[in-house]
Design a protein around this ligand. Structure first.
Ligand code: GTP
Ligand code: MG
Length: 194
């Protein structure tokens, strides 16, 4: 993957604004403020390419990043952020759901959860829905640096049980330390090549 050649392509607020379906795409989804944008930056090895923020609800549209002519990474807006107006939340749901369900070139959704926190209804619903529509997904538990190693495994086991997945089906990640980056890149690459 030409990670070093990643560049911002466009922001889509509507389906009409999506780039033409061409190269395979990986989308990144998760609760607001979980660390989606930071994770993409760490994957790409580019600190400021994707705008991250301690203020939840930073990413409001589908942001496309092009890795030369090989792939797109798509930063999705976070779900479950109450401060966003009701109309905007409904709009988010419609546009993102239609994108995830219909996009022919979307090869996998990276589902990002906070390793420290309990799963919320939206997390369960997202994974259940991806299974239902048959869209491949990769589960990542991020902000692992906030816990010690033994705590990490203990928390991860609880989340595994909640999502009904095995420990080999998820990746512990940290945008801060780079933990899990190689494992996630390998899975992303496998999906893109499939
Ligand atoms: P929205 O776009 O608002 O949905 O947020 P997001 O999911 O893109 O989160 P973002 O990457 O903007 O990160 C939110 C906050 O969490 C920022 O203050 C980040 O610095 C912090 N953060 C993200 N990932 C990690 C991580 O792995 N470790 C630590 N310690 N902090 C992180
Ligand atoms: Mg973001």
């Amino acid at each position: 993957l030409p990670l070093e050649q990643a560049r911002f392509l466009l922001s889509a607020h509507t389906l009409a604004q999506l780039p033409p379906a061409g190269v395979p795409e990986i989308a990144f989804a998760g609760r607001s403020n979980v660390g989606k944008s930071s994770l993409i930056n760490r994957l790409l090895g580019r600190k400021g390419l994707v705008q991250a923020s301690s203020r939840p609800g930073k990413t409001r549209c589908l942001n496309f990043f092009a890795l030369a002519d090989s792939a797109y990474f798509v930063d999705l807006p976070g779900y479950g952020y109450a401060q966003v107006s009701l109309a905007e939340r409904r709009h988010w749901g419609e546009v993102v759901a239609a994108y995830v369900e219909k996009r022919s070139t979307l090869v996998a959704v990276v589902v990002i959860c906070d390793l420290r926190h309990e799963l919320k209804r939206h997390d369960f619903e997202l994974v259940a829905w991806l299974r239902h529509i048959g869209r491949p997904y990769i589960v990542v538990y991020t902000k692992a640096d906030k816990l010690g190693r033994s705590q990490q495994e203990r928390h991860a086991a609880i989340l595994d049980a909640g999502l009904n997945i095995g420990r080999e089906e998820r990746i512990l990640f940290s945008a801060q330390t780079g933990q899990g980056r190689d494992a996630l890149l390998a899975q992303v690459q496998a999906r893109l090549a499939a």
